[in-house]
Structure formats: structure tokens, C-alpha cells
Design a protein around this ligand. Sequence first.
Ligand code: PPE
Length: 303
Amino acid sequence: MEPTKYIWFDGEMVPWADANIHVLSHALHYGTGVFEGIRAYETPDGTAVFRLTDHMKRLRQSAKAYSMKLEWSVEELVEAAKETLRVNGLESGYVRPITFLELGALGLNPSGARVRTAIITWRWGAYLGEEGVKNGIRVAVSSWRRFPNTAFPNAKATGTYINSILAKMEAVENGFDEAIMLNQDGVISEGSGENLFVVRNGLVYTPPIAVGCLDGLTRDAIIRLLEDEGHTIVEKTLDRSDLYYADEAFFTGTAAEVTPVREVDNRAIGDGTPGPVTRQAQGLYADLVSGKLDSHRDWLEYV
Ligand code: PPE
């Protein structure tokens, strides 16, 4: 990753190299952090951050779930993210806000630990590769189950990502691009860092949030964009066979955007190339974030 000039750290612009924390930080030992992933895009009217306010709202919700006192309001975080993009001269890029517990508490009781917030921006290309965006990726159902309701699957907490990391590492070690995780009941949940859609006989399916997947903002956007085009989206628990028998499948996420899945567990999905609904979803999303769509303009927040 290419460093940018500044990182916003608790209200100040700090040079990249100086945005450091102590090894005794609570978050390092126990994963007590919450974060977001956001993308900014170039549009004809300047740089626009996609659903910035919604992402900052989710950051505050995640913090609330873990009783972290985030001192910055949604409005302040929104402005700070825009300012970080501006000072770094980024016309497009990824925005990573993170709130975490630093010094002041040892042991599992986090009481007294200082809550810190940083916003980092950088250039980030295709998350699952340019080739994947074009022709689709190969995935495998993971032997790791998605963590259950012993934490908050709906909050983006740093510590819980150790679960996604096990699944991702296993997939890559076995020669796949990405993993799909089942939940504790054995139904399909999501990718290690993406929500999943499948298309069969003209209907579009995605697992309901209740299975324990993240309530993805890209997932929500794709549901609405496809509905606008007359598609029926069914939120339904899916099992492994729904994946094997699908005509099309694709992932959604801020980092992954819309990435076609062409193979699962060494079986081709459909004819093994991205299908028409997948292409349509990709096209609609690309037009939306680059300011070429007339609808949902309120999701673009200009820097
Ligand atoms: N599920 C998980 C587990 C997840 O981490 C993400 C985002 C999503 C679904 C999609 O959510 P949304 O971005 O709101 O549409 N993962 C972020 C982190 C990726 C990373 O490697 O770090 C992201 O896409 O920014």
C-alpha cells in the first residue's frame, strides 16, 4: 500500500509515519475496535463518497454495541473523512475509520481505556483482482463457520474479523480466491468480507441479515437498484445446493464492489461466465458511484 500524507487522528491531521499507538493498546490484545470501509469515487461534479453518512452511522452503532464511547458525532466524522481525502489530494480511494481502545486498562475489563479514533485513506484497486471483476472469481465453501451470536455479526468489530481471516486464509491456501461461510445452522451466510447474491430462474436471492451476515450497505444498494429495474429480490435462507444450482452468483461490498463468482467448490456457476443480472448489477453500481445515474443521488456525498 502506498502511504498518503496524513491520517486524521482524534481531530488532528498527523503525518502518516507518526500515527502510531503503544503495544499495550487494549485493541491489540483483545480486538476491541470497530471500523468501517468506505469508497470515494471520481464523478463529473468532483469526488463523491458513497453513503458516507450511512457508514459513519454504522460505525457509531458498532461502537455502541461494544459500549465504546465514540466522542465524535456522525457529522464530525463525515467532515473529517472529507477533509482527510482533501489534504491527501485523493480524487478517489478507500476510507477506513477505526475507533479502538488504547491505553488505560489491562485485562478483559476495558473500563478506563482511552477511546481513540483515526481515519485513514489510501488508493485501493479491485479487492478481488481486475481479472475477478471481469471474468469472475473462484470460491469455496469454508470449513470455518461464521461466528454466531456470541458477539454481534452486525457490528464491524476488529476482533471478530479473526474468523473471516481463518476462512480467507484457508480459501487462498487451497487455491481459491475467496471463501463463503456457512453459519452455525449450516446455511449460507456471506463471504469473508462481502455479501452474496445468487440468481436462479430469473429470481435474485440473498441471505437475510438474520442468518448473521453483515447488513451491507452495498447489498442494500444493489437490492434497490435491481428492484428499480423490475427484478424481484428474495431474502431467503440458502443452502449449499442453492449455490451449486445457481445460474449466477456475485459478491457485493465496499471493497469488492460487485464481483462475479464463476465457480464454487470446483463447480462452474451457470456456464462459468458472469451472467446478465450480474453484469447489470455491476453496470448499475458503476454508474451510480460515478455519478452517471439519475436515481439515488443522495447516496453521493461530495468532498
Ligand atoms: N460482510 C462482511 C463480513 C464485510 O466485512 C463487508 C465489508 C461486507 C459484508 C459488505 O458490507 P458493505 O461494505 O457495507 O457493503 N468489508 C469491508 C472490509 C474489507 C477488508 O478487507 O477490510 C469493505 O468492503 O470495505
